[in-house]
Write a protein that binds this ligand. Structure first.
Ligand code: ATP
Length: 141
């Protein structure tokens, strides 16, 4: 079955929303196959966000993502990648559709980085890459 990497970002952990995010993933019918709460270092975050290096929000993004623990989760199920992105809603929480994680639980705090509670892999390639970074023990042999 397809796997995706979900992160509950530091804003979500600080606000006590890990359970709510996991509840929505499980209620949708996906399976949690790995779960870990940890504060990511710059090496991991630099690799995770390599595609954004050079963008104006890159440095604040890495700083924010390392500002406290994140809940890293591997989620499994047929079409789990697009399924979780649909649950998460669009990037900007102000306008993300009600019913989604970002739309129901997020808002704009007027900060340099969009704090939008969750991350989900956007393709099979990025899911494999990101699961390998966050959970090397799950990487295919
Ligand atoms: P989605 O793909 O659903 O838009 P994402 O998390 O994959 O969400 P990316 O475009 O990969 O979004 O950006 C990574 C993260 O960087 C975003 O989730 C957000 O936290 C932050 N971000 C993205 N664009 C901006 C921006 N223009 N200004 C500030 N922060 C941003």
């Amino acid at each position: 079955a397809e796997r995706t990497l979900v992160l509950v970002k530091p804003d979500g952990v600080r606000r006590g929303l890990v359970g709510e995010v996991l509840r929505r993933i499980e209620a949708k019918g996906y399976t949690l196959v790995a779960l870990d709460l940890r504060t990511a270092d710059d090496d991991l975050l630099g690799a995770h966000y390599a595609e954004h290096e050079g963008k104006p929000f890159y440095a604040p993004l890495v700083e924010f993502m390392g500002s406290g623990p994140v809940a890293a989760v591997v989620v499994e199920g047929h079409r789990a990648i697009e399924g979780f992105r649909s649950l998460a809603g669009t990037t900007d929480p102000t306008t993300a559709a009600p019913g989604t994680i970002r739309g129901d639980l997020g808002r704009d705090w007027g900060l340099a980085v969009t704090q939008n509670l969750v991350h989900g892999s956007d393709s099979t390639e990025s899911a494999a890459r990101e699961i390998g970074l966050w959970f090397p023990e799950l990487a295919p042999a």
